[in-house]
Design a protein around this ligand. Structure first.
Ligand code: FAD
Length: 522
C-alpha cells in the first residue's frame, strides 16, 4: 500500500473519492502523479454490502446531520435528510443506478437558449459540447456504458416493457434500456449484471461501474495512489501569497493531521464541497476560500424530479432487473412552447417494498397507504428528471447552531422551487401518468421529490470571475492551485443525470493539471 509523507509537497491532494474525485485520482496516477485521496467514509467492498435497502442505506449514506430551509417539499417531508449522498470509498457511485445521458448542445448555453428568466441566475457554461465530446467518449468507454462504443444493451425487464409500450402508444419514439453504466456482458475485468435488483444499493458483484471497483483499483496498481479512508477534511490551508499548501483533516483515530500539497482538488459532492471552502475562511479570505465573488454555495441545483407510478391488474415485479435501465428522451428537447424552459427525461425506477412504503406517499398512513403498498407487485414506476433553474438564493451555508462529530458547523441546504420547476414537474407527471394510462393502469400515483440524489452547481464555472467560482478547467478563479472536481462545477444542470458529465470533466481536468504541473504550476 502506497504512503506519501505528510510533508511531501509534491502530491496532489483530492478530497472525496466519488465520481469526480475517484476518476481524477486514477487519471492523475496513470500520468505518474503522486496522489493522496482523503475520503471521510470507510472502505466498504462488495462483501460488506447487504441486500436490504434500509440496512444498506444505514451502512453507506452520509447520515451526519444536515439542516434545511426554504419552500421545497423536502424541508417538510425530510427535514434532516435534504440530500441522499454516500460517505464511503467510491462516494455516491456505489449507490448510483447508472443512467448516463450526455448533455445536449443548448444545455451548455442555457442563458442564451432560455433568455432572461425572472428570478434565475442562468449563465452560459464557459465550455461547449464539442469541447467536451472527446471526454464524453473517454468517460463512456471507461464506464462501459451500454448502447455506446459497441457495448450491448441490457435486456428489457417488465418495468421497462410497460414503460416502453406506454411510451409508444402515446407517440414517443426515443426510448431504450440505456445508456447505462452496468455491464450487460463481462467488460473491463468486471462481470455482467446478475439482474438481482440491488444495483441501486451497493453492488456485490461489481457489474456496475463505480470508482470503488473501477478507477481506484487501477490507480492503486500504479503505485501512485495513497488512499486514506475515514479521513475527514476540515480545512484547506494556504500561504501568505494565497496559494493552497495542503489540507487539515481528522483521521480515523480522531487525530488532526496536515497533508502538504502542490495542488488541492475538492470533490466532496456539491454540499460538502462549498461547506469545506466556507470552513476554510481565514484572515486573508474572510468569506471563505475562493469566494471573492460571493458565489460559493450559491446556485444550488438538484434537478426537478417527481415519480409517477402505475398499478395494473397483473404483476409487473418492477424490482426484478436493473433499477433504472429505461429512458424516454422525447421531452428532453429544446421547446419552450410547453410553458417552461429546459427539458426532462423519464426513467424507469423501482424501489423495494420497504423504501416504497416510506417514499411513495410521504405523510400518508392507514388504509390509504396500505392500499398502495398492497399493490406493490402490480406496480410500474418511472422517475421524472429535468433541468431546474439556478437561483442565487438556493444556497449551501454553514449552520449557525448545528455541528458535526468534529465540532464543525454542518451545511444548511436552502431551496425554493422556481415557477419553471413547478410547471415542468406538472407536465412530467401528467405525461408519465398518460404513459401508464395508455397501457391500462387501474390506478396512478404521484410521488413528490425524494431527498436530492443529484446535487449540483454550488461552485460554478464562469467565464468572468465575478459570476462564479471556477474557470473552464474547474480551477478556482482566486487560488491558482485549488480545483473543484465534482458536480459543484456545473454552471447549469441540464436534464441529464450528472455522473457521466462529472467523469468527463474529471478526465479533462486531469489533463490540464498534468500539463500545468509539468510547467510547474506552483
Ligand atoms: C440512489 C442514487 C441513484 C443515483 N443514480 C444516478 C444515475 O443513474 N445516474 C447519474 O448520473 N447519477 C446518479 N446518481 C448521482 C450520482 O451518484 C452523483 O451525481 C455522483 O456520484 C456525484 O459525484 P461527486 O464526485 O460529486 O460526489 P460523490 O460521488 O458523492 O463523492 C463525494 C465523496 O466525498 C466524500 N467527502 C465529502 N466531504 C468530505 C470531506 N470533508 N473529507 C473527506 N471526504 C469527503 C464523501 O464521503 C463522498 O465519498 C444517483 C445518486 C443516488 C444517491
Amino acid at each position: 500500500m502506497t504512503r506519501f509523507g505528510y510533508d511531501d509537497s509534491d502530491v496532489v491532494v483530492i478530497v472525496g473519492s466519488g465520481a469526480g474525485g475517484g476518476t481524477l485520482a486514477n487519471e492523475l496516477c496513470q500520468q505518474g502523479i503522486k496522489t493522496v485521496v482523503l475520503e471521510a467514509g470507510p472502505h466498504l467492498t462488495g462483501e460488506d454490502y447487504v441486500n436490504d435497502e434500509w440496512e444498506a442505506f444505514g451502512q453507506m449514506a452520509w447520515t451526519d446531520p444536515r439542516t434545511t430551509s426554504g419552500g421545497w417539499q423536502i424541508a417538510r417531508d425530510f427535514p434532516n435528510l435534504p440530500a441522499w449522498i454516500v460517505k464511503a470509498v467510491g462516494g455516491t457511485t456505489t449507490h448510483w443506478a447508472g443512467a448516463c445521458p450526455r448533455f445536449k448542445p443548448h444545455e451548455f448555453m442555457a442563458r442564451s437558449a432560455y433568455g432572461d428568466l425572472d428570478g434565475t441566475s442562468l449563465l452560459d457554461w464557459p465550455i461547449t459540447l464539442s469541447e467536451l465530446e472527446p471526454y464524453y467518449d473517454r468517460a463512456e468507454i471507461k464506464m462501459g456504458v451500454t448502447h455506446r462504443h459497441g457495448r450491448p444493451p441490457l435486456p428489457a425487464n417488465n418495468n421497462y416493457k410497460v414503460f416502453a409500450n406506454g411510451a409508444d402508444k402515446i407517440g414517443y419514439r426515443q426510448y431504450a434500456t440505456g445508456p447505462y453504466a452496468t455491464n450487460a456482458e463481462p467488460y473491463d475485468g468486471r462481470p455482467a449484471s446478475v439482474q438481482d435488483g440491488f444495483n441501486f444499493q451497493g453492488d456485490k458483484q461489481g457489474a456496475k461501474w463505480s470508482t470503488l471497483v473501477a478507477e481506484l483499483p487501477k490507480a492503486a496498481k500504479t503505485g501512485k495512489l495513497d488512499l486514506r479512508p475515514d479521513s475527514h477534511a476540515a480545512q484547506i490551508l494556504h500561504d501568505g501569497q494565497g496559494r493552497a499548501t495542503g489540507v487539515a483533516y481528522v483521521d480515523r483515530n480522531g487525530t488532526l493531521r496536515r497533508q502538504r500539497a502542490a495542488v488541492v482538488c475538492v470533490a466532496g459532492n456539491s454540499i460538502e464541497t462549498p461547506r469545506l471552502l466556507l470552513l476554510s475562511a481565514s484572515a486573508r479570505f474572510p468569506d471563505g476560500l475562493a469566494n471573492s465573488s460571493g458565489q460559493v454555495g450559491r446556485n444550488y441545483m438538484r434537478h426537478t424530479t417527481a415519480t409517477a407510478w402505475g398499478q395494473f391488474d397483473k404483476p409487473v415485479n418492477m424490482h426484478r432487473g436493473e433499477t433504472m435501465a429505461g429512458i424516454i428522451a422525447d421531452e428532453s428537447r429544446l421547446d419552450t412552447g410547453r410553458g417552461f424552459a429546459g427539458g426532462y427525461y423519464m426513467q424507469t425506477i423501482a424501489l423495494g417494498p420497504a423504501f416504497f412504503g416510506k417514499f411513495v406517499a410521504p405523510g400518508s398512513w392507514g388504509p390509504e397507504l396500505a392500499a398502495i403498498v398492497d399493490g406493490y407487485r402490480n406496480t410500474a414506476g418511472m422517475w421524472i428528471i429535468g433541468e431546474d433553474m439556478p437561483q442565487s438564493g438556493n444556497r449551501i451555508t454553514l449552520s449557525g447552531d448545528t455541528t458535526d462529530a468534529h465540532g464543525l458547523p454542518v451545511a444548511n441546504v436552502h431551496f425554493d422551487d422556481h415557477p419553471n420547476d413547478v410547471a415542468m414537474r406538472r407536465h412530467g407527471v401528467a405525461q408519465g401518468t398518460a404513459v401508464y394510462n395508455a397501457v391500462g393502469a387501474v390506478r396512478t400515483i404521484e410521488t413528490p421529490p425524494y431527498p436530492s440524489t443529484h446535487n449540483l452547481g454550488t461552485a460554478r464555472m464562469s467565464e468572468r470571475p465575478g459570476d462564479g467560482v471556477l474557470d473552464r478547467f474547474g480551477r478556482t478563479h482566486d487560488v491558482p492551485n485549488l480545483f473543484v472536481s465534482d458536480g459543484s462545477q456545473f454552471t447549469t444542470g441540464a436534464a441529464a443525470n450528472p455522473t457521466l458529465t462529472i467523469v468527463a470533466l474529471a478526465c479533462r481536468q486531469a489533463e490540464f493539471i498534468a500539463r500545468e504541473l509539468n510547467k510547474t504550476l506552483v
